[in-house]
Design a protein around this ligand. Structure first.
Ligand code: COA
Length: 389
């Protein structure tokens, strides 16, 4: 029988600017917290999957798997997963599959990224390496640029405008106000978003996730291990899915949808035996405001062309029909790219356990979803988490 995978413990550093801290230090801190939360000894870990994207650029450090394991006090096979901004989402999925295969009972997953020791220009160039070097990078495309192409085309095909996008940013900043781990704990207004300095039309400063430093970790265990050791592990990852798309935007039939997210979601829903209607709360990859719109449509929460107005209508707010990004999302919590997918698991696990600062808003929630994307969603991982006891 396939083993059910429990999230025994989670941890993450505060996200923000800490340019002096190395990725290994940040992952070590997140892992220490996850072990303490889990009540699991690092000696019990049988495998480590660690997400990191730009270590070579930011720290001249490759071969980070063993480095991450040592920082966590673990001696076990350790692999670095690089899948751009989806690196630690993929690491989580690898951990789930390892336990389900029966090859391990305890796996440490997560990731870390150090970004703010670079200038914005150098960080932008490093991030751009997740695009197609031959066709996109050579043409000067950066990620704000690529997503702005998607936003402008979306406006043309489905309507909507900058003000609709501004509501996504305002909502996610609102959600982060009490989240002490978030990079920006401040409210903003639609006017402030619209008046902000322009980054790349139609995006202003507040349409973009920031450059961030941070680490995240989770201790995943088999149900049998949790029972044997009397662990308090009430949340399980019951569904996981992953899909890819062409790296370059020009190779796609349409740039107003993210089919890799739809495919990863369907896989995860089928795996968990749930539908989009069953999801009570979601953490999605809002690296730019338009990315949240595309995500909630691809995940099947809203129809094509409908996602653009739902933040304005309050449907995805803390008191809405489907709260999205209660952590503050990438926009306000921050986006240290290699740590983001693991942080979504950390925040969602706490949300479902009832010990997140925003848990009260979703106290009846039993099903949560995390959506973590790489590049312009050329990689996507969706995980379904459920309260199982
Ligand atoms: N949202 C809100 N405030 C932000 C911010 C953001 N995204 N980015 C920076 N700030 C704030 C800083 O905290 C700072 O405030 P302070 O003066 O009160 O300290 C101020 O704006 C200037 O910060 P700075 O780092 O100099 O900004 P910048 O103009 O160099 O960079 C962006 C801003 C938006 C260009 C940069 O954050 C960026 O490139 N983001 C996208 C990252 C990305 O592409 N990630 C991968 C996604 S696929």
């Amino acid at each position: 029988m396939v083993s059910q995978v429990r999230v025994a413990g989670v941890g993450m550093t505060p996200f923000g600017k800490s340019p002096e801290r190395t990725a290994r230090e940040m992952f070590g801190d997140a892992a220490d917290e996850a072990f303490e939360d889990a009540g699991v000894d690092p000696d019990d870990v049988e495998e480590v999957f660690y997400g990191n994207f730009m270590g070579e650029f930011a720290e001249q450090q490759g071969h980070q798997g063993p480095l991450a394991a040592s920082a966590a006090g673990v001696r076990a096979p350790a692999t670095r997963i690089e899948s751009a901004c989806a690196s630690s989402g993929v690491a989580v999925r690898m951990g789930v599959e390892k336990i389900r295969s029966g090859a391990a009972d305890v796996v440490l997953v997560g990731g870390a990224e150090r970004m703010t020791n670079l200038s914005t220009a150098d960080g932008t160039a490093a991030l751009a390496a997740a695009a197609d070097a031959l066709y996109e990078i050579n043409a000067g495309v950066t990620f704000p640029g690529a997503y702005s192409l998607m936003a402008n085309r979306y406006f043309e095909e489905y309507g909507g405008d900058r003000e609709d996008l501004a509501h996504v940013a305002v909502k996610n900043h609102d959600h982060a106000v009490d989240n002490e781990l978030a990079q920006f704990q401040m409210e903003i207004t639609v006017e402030k978003v619209l008046d902000a300095v322009q980054v790349c039309s139609p995006f202003g400063l507040f349409d973009c996730s920031p450059m961030s430093d941070g680490g995240s970790a989770a201790v995943l265990v088999s149900e049998a291990f949790a029972e044997e050791h009397g662990l308090d592990a009430s949340v399980a990852i019951t569904g996981t899915g992953q899909a890819s798309d062409s790296l370059a935007l020009h190779d796609r039939e349409s740039i107003t949808g993210t089919p890799a997210a739809a495919e990863a979601a369907q896989m995860a829903y089928d795996d968990a035996g749930v539908t989009p209607d069953d999801v009570d709360v979601a953490e999605v990859h809002d690296c730019f405001t338009i990315a949240e719109v595309l995500a909630i449509e691809s995940l099947g929460f809203f129809g094509k062309g409908e996602g653009i107005t739902v933040a304005r209508e309050g449907k995805t707010a803390i008191d809405g029909e489907l709260p999205v990004n209660l952590s503050g999302g990438l926009k306000a919590k921050g986006h240290p790219v290699g740590a983001t997918g693991g942080a979504q698991i950390s925040e969602m696990t706490k949300m479902l356990r009832g010990d997140h600062v925003n848990s009260d808003a979703v106290s009846d929630a039993t099903v949560g979803l995390t959506h973590n994307a790489g590049g312009t969603v050329a990689s996507c991982v969706v995980n379904v988490l459920e309260v199982v006891e």
